[in-house]
Design a protein around this ligand. Structure first.
Ligand code: GDP
Ligand code: MG
Length: 324
């Protein structure tokens, strides 16, 4: 059953959460008829004037992202602001349990009227995380949330993708020795606008202080690109709620300093880029001749350089035909 476009637009304008949930399901659908309505809905959302603060939160599993979001979220709603929390779910079948776990970590805020929590599924195509998440962000923004917090799984490519979809990128790390610090991927650290040492509980205060000092000494060596903001290191205990109010102050300060227009322009461009790659992939992979070449390549158990050369030549000659 497919609802007309007006159903989704009215629902979003009337702040109907059930319709918002359905709209997210709609944009995740790959059924062509759904895609038509989904694309019209996205176009509508992009024209809206509302602006949420889009924040990406990453860090290794177990570092405390969900607990931190619970604490930060409580602070946000205490300020009478609303928020949507999107948890990126890279392989929904495997991590269903952990999303449920996340919801229990967000016990304080999960059922609050101004909070909306939703796992966002990635699909199996290239850039799937980015596609669905970006469109879900647009839906939530049109709905009118003040904040949109996106929790990544903290593995691989998803962190980098999220950087391109959000206005502010936060990295959570643990208070630990210098050895641990070296384990944090430099690439991710360079993208982070705010680095948070979480689990800086009262009992861990000493260690946290050392970690903050170590990280601060590393900051100048990083190739951080934002000219309007200096990347910073903060510490929090998400369980004991230490440093959370301070973190929110820095978040506000960040948004008052950076040029959101230009960040958004970049986001749109990055999304469009993604979209076009996805389209090309879909079209090319569904071409009969190309499918035959690929199937033949995959059907062969062995691997040789010759095979690669062959498939390369075959594909090239097909693409050359496009030119003529
Ligand atoms: N001591 C302490 N434990 C924390 C803190 N934040 C999170 N945790 C715990 O760390 C574990 C993993 O937290 P979770 O939020 O699920 O991490 P995520 O995988 O990054 O989302 C849970 O047992 C939390 O209770 C903190 O600030 N202090
Ligand atoms: Mg989590």
């Amino acid at each position: 059953m497919i609802e007309p476009l007006s159903y989704y637009i009215d629902g979003i304008n009337n702040k109907d959460r059930i319709v918002l949930s359905r709209a997210i399901t709609l944009i995740e659908s790959t059924v062509p008829a759904h895609r038509v309505v989904a694309n019209q809905l996205i176009e509508y959302c992009l024209k809206q004037e509302k602006q949420s603060k889009r924040i990406g939160i990453t860090g290794s599993p177990g570092v405390g992202k969900s607990t931190f979001i619970n604490a930060l979220g409580a602070e946000i709603i205490a300020n009478s602001q609303s928020l949507a929390i999107l948890a990126i779910d890279p392989s929904s079948t495997i991590t269903k349990g952990s999303i449920l776990g996340d919801k229990t970590r967000m016990y304080e805020i999960a059922y609050h009227k101004d909070v909306f929590i939703r796992p966002t599924a990635s699909s199996n195509y290239l850039g799937g995380i980015a596609q669905n998440t970006y469109q879900t962000i647009l839906l939530c923004e049109a709905f009118g949330f003040d904040y949109i917090l996106i929790e990544t799984v903290g593995v691989g490519q998803s962190e980098i993708e999220i950087k391109h979809l959000t206005d502010l990128f936060m990295l959570l790390v643990l208070p630990n020795s210098g050895d641990e610090l070296q384990g944090i991927k430099r690439g991710v650290m360079e993208l982070a606008d705010i680095i948070i040492i979480n689990k800086a509980d009262k009992a861990n205060e000493q260690q946290a202080k050392i970690s903050v000092a170590q990280l601060k000494s590393v900051l100048p060596l990083l190739n951080y690109q934002n000219k309007e903001w200096n990347n910073i290191v903060l510490q929090t205990s998400s369980i004991e709620k230490i440093g959370i109010d301070n973190t929110l102050k820095y978040i506000e300060s960040y948004f008052s300093k950076v040029n959101i227009e230009s960040i958004r322009k970049q986001q749109l461009l990055s999304w469009k880029n993604n979209l076009v790659i996805q389209l090309i992939q879909e079209k090319i992979m569904s071409n009969k001749n190309i499918k035959t070449i690929i199937d033949e390549f995959l059907a062969n158990d062995a691997y040789s350089y010759k095979q690669i050369q062959k498939i390369n030549t075959q594909l090239e000659s097909l693409i050359n035909k496009l030119d003529s």
